[in-house]
Design a protein around this ligand. Structure first.
Ligand code: GAR
Length: 227
């Protein structure tokens, strides 16, 4: 006798935090439209009024807000405003997509194990800003991107998915960033889909993926074996 399939879970309610162009935000919007990701983007919040991602959100009828960090006396006060806005929209999972602000314990505690981030390097390599230039300067032959759960630290939370790209001899930061971006747009929707399906379990530093798919079903070159 085979076990009964569990009923599909409802779409996960997302709050997306951005500071810039929002191409990862666009990848999420597109994945939802294609039916690859059961999610609803309840709100997009930027700390930068000039962020291009705000227009992308509004174009798709998504509530897009600016909360300028410069209007707050401390990082914690800014995060309290973020938490209030995210809660007001019933957000279940916070998705940092090029959000260039460190989150304080206020945010991490309010959404413990429910904040994802993406970093354009193979964590723990090259944390912080200019990860692509750091990779070129170091001389690595491969770099990539990492989706991880945010903890109190810089780009060092439990890893969910990574994708690898080659670093070419004639790369500059822009050409490497473009190659990495293409993989980011594949793995971020997938990581969120795994969360929505209830398949991610954090065990200490490690994230266990339940019912790990066959390699052919994985949308990027990632660590290709399940346990
Ligand atoms: C992405 O490459 C993302 O990995 C990076 O910002 C870019 C945002 O692009 N994030 C970080 O560097 C965080 N440390 P986008 O605005 O086009 O999505």
């Amino acid at each position: 006798m085979t076990a009964a399939a569990s009923p599909p879970r409802p779409p996960v309610r997302l709050g997306v935090l951005i500071s810039g162009e929002g191409t990862n935000l666009q990848a999420l919007i597109d994945a939802i439209a294609r039916g690859d990701l059961a999610a609803e983007i309840r709100v997009v919040i930027s700390n930068q009024a000039a962020a291009g991602g705000l227009a992308r959100a509004r174009h798709h009828g998504i509530d897009a807000q600016v909360i300028d960090h410069r209007g707050f006396p401390s990082r914690q006060d800014f995060d309290r405003a973020l938490v209030a806005a995210l809660n007001a929209h019933g957000v279940e999972l916070v998705v940092c997509a090029g959000f260039m602000r460190l989150l304080s314990p206020v945010m991490v505690a309010a959404f413990r194990d429910r904040i994802m981030n993406i970093h354009p390097a193979l964590c723990p390599a090259f944390p912080g800003v200019d990860a692509q230039q750091q990779a070129i300067d170091y001389g690595v032959r491969f770099s990539g991107c990492t989706v991880f759960f945010v903890t109190e630290g810089v780009d060092n939370g439990p890893v969910i998915v990574q994708a690898v790209v080659p670093v070419h001899q004639d790369d500059d930061a822009a050409t490497l960033a473009a190659r990495i971006h293409a993989e980011e747009h594949r793995i971020y929707p997938w990581a969120i889909a795994l969360f929505q399906q209830g398949r991610l379990e954090i065990r200490g530093r490690r994230v266990h993926i339940r019912d790990f798919p066959a390699p052919a079903a994985i949308p990027a070159l990632i660590n290709p074996r399940s346990s």
